[in-house]
Design a protein around this ligand. Structure first.
Ligand SMILES: [Fe+2]
Length: 256
């Protein structure tokens, strides 16, 4: 009996403390709202829209889009992002091809006030072990790949100049990537990317702004490339030939 009473008293005290704590929390939150303090983090989707719209309206350079995405996702918790993009459920629906990546579109919940048509697209890419998003470059497009599951190795190259059947590129990234790390490419900085899964079931979250300048016909992947077969030019740059998608999948899509 004594034990029961003590336990009940203890529980009552605990509840009392919890209620007091949550009341304090509520009051301080109310105080912050009353003083007009902005929430620390605006929803990331609304921020990506602002950043991408400025790009589409030619108000920002592509390199600004890259910098701002870096800053933004440094403030977003990976677990919150995964929940918003429905990663657990959608990643199970991805079909994994044997010599390239699988992909599924994701539609994060919209905050009120966002336009029906966003200025960017969102996808989840998935890879089996030793499969790759093969080396390619873009035109009139910016792209982010953030590793969100498994382990990936990433390569980036700056595009220095074009020749009729080749690109002259320079390596800027060649390492294992961290979960939640932002990697971006654009016409202005790091125009070529390539990712390989080094664990089974590796995933990236992708944001792409396609067809930035409507006057330019192309607005996506432009060429597939062969960096491993490159001619080394002596100053660290490489002359790489164009590949067809089929060649790129055969040479880079699956390796061990
Ligand atoms: Fe790409």
């Amino acid at each position: 009996m004594m034990e029961t009473i003590s336990r009940r008293n203890f529980t009552t005290q605990m509840l009392g403390s919890l209620m007091a704590f949550s009341l304090v929390e509520t009051l301080s939150r109310g105080d912050a709202l009353a003083r007009g303090v902005a929430p620390i983090v605006k929803h990331w989707l609304a921020e990506v829209e602002e950043i991408s719209r400025a790009l589409a309206e030619q108000k920002n350079k592509q390199i600004e889009w890259q910098r701002k995405l870096d800053e933004l996702f440094a403030r977003v918790e990976l677990k919150d992002l995964l929940r918003d993009i429905d990663f657990e459920r959608l990643s199970k629906t991805i079909k994994f091809p044997d010599d390239h990546e699988g992909v599924v579109a994701t539609k994060p919940p919209r905050a009120a006030g966002l336009p029906k048509e966003l200025s960017f697209s969102t996808f989840i890419y998935g890879l089996k072990k030793d499969r790759a998003i093969v080396p390619h470059c873009h035109r009139n497009m910016t792209s982010m790949h953030m590793p969100i599951g498994g382990e990936l190795h990433g390569w980036h190259y700056d595009r220095l100049r074009d020749e009729p059947e080749h690109l002259i590129i320079k390596p800027t990234l060649d390492r294992a990537l961290k979960l939640g790390e932002v990697t971006t490419i654009s016409d202005e900085k790091d125009n070529v990317h390539w990712f390989k899964a080094i664990s089974d079931g590796a995933f990236t979250f992708n944001i792409g702004v396609y067809g930035i300048d409507p006057a330019v016909k192309l607005g996506g992947r432009q060429f597939y490339l062969d960096p491993l077969g490159a001619e080394k030019l002596g100053d660290g740059s490489l002359r790489v030939r164009h590949l067809t998608m089929k060649e790129a999948h055969r040479l880079y899509g699956k390796s061990s």
